[in-house]
Structure formats: structure tokens, C-alpha cells
Design a protein around this ligand. Structure first.
Ligand code: OAD
Length: 229
């Protein structure tokens, strides 16, 4: 194996105490996605959207990376080939565990962006909807997060990496949100071997060449040890 592309979702951070979206009791059973994770919801009620992401950011800052994040950082450091980590997660637990080659396709809670002029700056723990943009002074700060209906970041780079990968690994994602949900098909179409690591195997049987079922904090370190052995 020379090049590994890894996609992570909320399941990898679940055992760090961050909520997933679609599991029983998940975030989308507590909040209306249309109101907190769309540009239209933000236009209707910026304060509600900031409250939602301020709570996510506080949760993230109070959490710590777990053994699965640490194992992926170890893989990047010790694997003789290339390891690219593509995450749908907006938390920074991969970076805090030591991963460096990380693409946040859905943005990051650590960032703020001005909806008026696109200026970006580090987000404070609690963003204030009325705070002026440091560049243009418009009171239009939003978290630097990709909402439903918006184009995810780094899509060209991810597409190139998938096409030239030897192995694609999907970890802790329900595979319900596109375009990330389509990466396994893109990889297979290019002859790339595919592996899923998830609490429960993906709903579509045979979608991946191999499936490892189990909690990320056990399954991911075990798999990394296997690759590095
Ligand atoms: P989901 O909540 O849809 O899926 C989480 C997945 O993690 C499920 O398949 C669970 O079985 C699995 N899981 C839960 N606990 C686990 C554990 N301890 N170990 C391993 N797997 C576990 O979250 P995502 O697939 O990440 O986007 O959701 C994708 C996108 O939908 C998110 O990035 C977010 C959301 O709406 C936006 O907000 C734009």
C-alpha cells in the first residue's frame, strides 16, 4: 500500500463526548437542521445558529482526542506511504491528536468568516452575532462551516487523491450526506480497495470490500497496528 485516503465522520469523535447527528438521540433529533445548518436558517435567525455552533465549539474545547484520533496520527507519522485525512467533522480533535495532513470538507468550528466580505479569522469560544467583521466591520460573522446547500471545501484535491489512492477507508460516518457519501463509489470506479470501520456496517451490503465493525477507539487502533505491522 502506498497511498491511503481516510474519510472520517462524527462516529470517530463520539467516544470523546461529541454528539453524532443521526444516531438515536443525535443532534438532528434535538435541533431542526433547516434552522441551524442552512444559509436560509442563518438569514432568518443568526442568533439561534450562533447558539447552536457556540454550544458545539464549547463541547469541542472541553473534549479531548481519543485513541482513534491518536491512532490515525500515528499512522500518518509512521506509515511509509502517504496518508490523507479527509474529515466531515468540524471539530479539531484530529489536529490535537497530531494529524497534520487534514482536509476539513465541512469547515471548522475554530474559524469565523464574514458573510459580507469573506474575511476569515479565528473564532472565539462564543461568537457574538452582533460582532463587527475585523476587516469590513459588517455585523455578519458566521462560523466557518459548510451548511446544507453550500459547496464543501477541497473537492478538487479530494477527487485527485481518491483517483490515485491504493486504499480508501471510511470511519464513523453514516454515509448519508453527499458528496462524502459518494467517495466510496468514486474510489471503486478507480479500482481503489475500500474499507469501512463503523460501529455498525454500512446499510448497503457489499458497498465496501471489507468492513470492520466496532467502536472507533478499539477498531481504529487495531487496524492501524495491522497496517504498520
Ligand atoms: P452521522 O451522525 O450521520 O453518523 C455517525 C456514524 O457514526 C453512524 O454510522 C454511527 O453508527 C457511527 N458511530 C457512532 N458511534 C461510533 C463509535 N463509537 N465508533 C464508530 N462509529 C460510530 O454523522 P456523519 O456521517 O459524520 O454535516 O454526518 C455527516 C454530516 O451530516 C456531518 O458532517 C454534518 C451532518 O449533518 C453538516 O452539518 C453539513
Amino acid at each position: 500500500m502506498k497511498r491511503i485516503v481516510i474519510l472520517t465522520g462524527a462516529g470517530i469523535s463520539a467516544e470523546s463526548g461529541l454528539g453524532t447527528f443521526r444516531d438515536v438521540g443525535g443532534l438532528w433529533s434535538q435541533y431542526d437542521l433547516e434552522e441551524v445548518a442552512t444559509p436560509q436558517g442563518f438569514a432568518r435567525n443568526p442568533a439561534l445558529v450562533h447558539d447552536f455552533y457556540n454550544a458545539r465549539r464549547a463541547n469541542m474545547l472541553d473534549a479531548a482526542p481519543n485513541a482513534a484520533h491518536a491512532a490515525l496520527a500515528r499512522l500518518e507519522a509512521e506509515y511509509p506511504g502517504e496518508v490523507l485525512l479527509v474529515t466531515q467533522n468540524v471539530d479539531d480533535l484530529h489536529e490535537r491528536a497530531g494529524s497534520k495532513n487534514v482536509l476539513h470538507m465541512h469547515g471548522a468550528l475554530s474559524g469565523a468568516v464574514c458573510a459580507a466580505c469573506d474575511h476569515r479569522w479565528p473564532a472565539p469560544r462564543a461568537m457574538d452575532p452582533a460582532a463587527p467583521c475585523p476587516a469590513c466591520t459588517a455585523p455578519r460573522a458566521r462560523p466557518d462551516i459548510v451548511w446544507f446547500g453550500e459547496m464543501p471545501f477541497h473537492m478538487d484535491e479530494i477527487g485527485h487523491a481518491l483517483a490515485r489512492a491504493d486504499l480508501f477507508v471510511s470511519i464513523g460516518t453514516s454515509g448519508e450526506v453527499y458528496p462524502a457519501a459518494g467517495f466510496v463509489d468514486e474510489a471503486r470506479a478507480c479500482g481503489v480497495e475500500t474499507l469501512e470501520i463503523n460501529l455498525e456496517p454500512s446499510l448497503v451490503p457489499g458497498l465496501f470490500d471489507r468492513v470492520i465493525a466496532g467502536p472507533a477507539t478499539q477498531a481504529v487502533p487495531d487496524w492501524v497496528a495491522e497496517v504498520l505491522a
